[in-house]
Design a protein around this ligand. Structure first.
Ligand code: ATP
Ligand code: MG
Length: 284
């Protein structure tokens, strides 16, 4: 990143829990670092502490975000350098404290130190609309609203959009957080037959720009079980979809993938086969 450009704080948020925020935070941070940007991913989910598992560094956690907020240790003592990707650091959450251990002033202080060191600061938010989620979004320049193709998730995302436009530092000074919609766990076949909301439906309800669609994929669980973000597996569908998200975040107009039903391809194939067969019958 150009030295004169400001760092960007990106919050990965959602109303509903378990939609793929931590998966997305680990992949987006890894993807940006692979592009050469100095990147840190911060776990705001105090008490649960999942991000370090997704990043495969759980055994290396000595100090955490709360220790830095409380002034027990310096920031550099709590930052963990990723072993796979240079330029990437993780600031883990505490597992023993509860979410009230984060104070607004403490977070302000840590975020301003991170802005000096990094180009991108990715904040993995807890679900819901409680203190931890507010603190995670407060400093955001950009927000990625993670949504599953189901009505409850979409409705909760809509509530989060309301908060992003009122409860952030940007909102306080009359500016807007740049919002992006990320649809995860998408199954194009099921959307086609109306068992899930389609990309078009979700985008129409939330009416914010779409940054990507991540397919429902077994590769995500396999990757998180071995503590290696799925974006590090370029042969997988979800890995490719997250790489596309990085390209779009960096301003490229990358075409959407994994949004068309697989059945359609088979049906087309079968139609060609049927047509060939009837032509043969006509000739005979
Ligand atoms: N694209 C996907 N395909 C299949 N499974 C997925 C996908 N994305 C996430 N998951 C699974 O969904 C579950 C929740 O994911 P994750 O922990 O990233 O969500 P979260 O939003 O951070 O949850 P929480 O609100 O509890 O913090 C995990 O088991 C994860 O493996
Ligand atoms: Mg999470």
């Amino acid at each position: 990143m150009n030295e004169t450009r400001q760092s960007q704080v990106i919050v990965i948020t959602s109303g509903k829990g378990g939609v793929g925020k931590t998966t997305s935070s680990s992949c987006i941070a890894t993807g940006l670092a692979k592009e050469g940007y100095r990147t840190v991913v911060v776990d705001f989910d105090i008490g649960l502490r999942n991000l370090d598992l997704h990043m495969g560094c759980e055994r290396r956690v000595v100090y955490d975000f709360i220790n830095v907020v409380n002034g027990d240790v310096k920031l550099h003592q709590a930052l963990i350098k990723d072993k796979r990707v240079s330029n990437l650091s993780i600031l883990p959450a505490s597992q023993t404290r509860d979410k009230d251990a984060l104070s607004k002033e403490g977070v302000n202080n840590v975020l301003s130190q991170l802005r000096e060191k990094f180009d991108f600061i990715i904040c993995d938010s807890p679900a819901g609309i409680e203190k931890g989620a507010f603190l995670a979004m407060y400093h955001a320049d950009q927000a990625i609203v993670v949504t599953n193709p189901e009505i409850s998730s979409v409705r909760d995302s809509d509530r989060i959009l309301g908060l992003l436009s009122t409860k952030t530092q940007k909102a306080e000074i009359g500016e807007q957080v740049k919002e992006h919609l990320l649809i995860t766990r998408y199954n194009a076949d099921r959307a086609e037959i109306g068992e899930m909301l389609s990309v078009k439906d979700i985008a129409a309800i939330l009416s914010i720009p779409l940054i990507g669609v991540i397919p429902e994929s077994e590769a995500v669980l396999t990757a998180s079980n071995i503590g290696n973000p799925v974006i590090n597996f370029p042969q997988t569908d979800a890995g490719q979809a997250y790489s596309d998200v990085i390209e779009r975040l960096l301003g490229k107009k990358t075409k959407l993938r994994f949004v068309s039903p697989k059945q359609q391809i088979w049906e087309k194939f079968l139609n060609v086969f049927k047509r060939d067969k009837s032509q043969q019958e006509e000739i005979l």
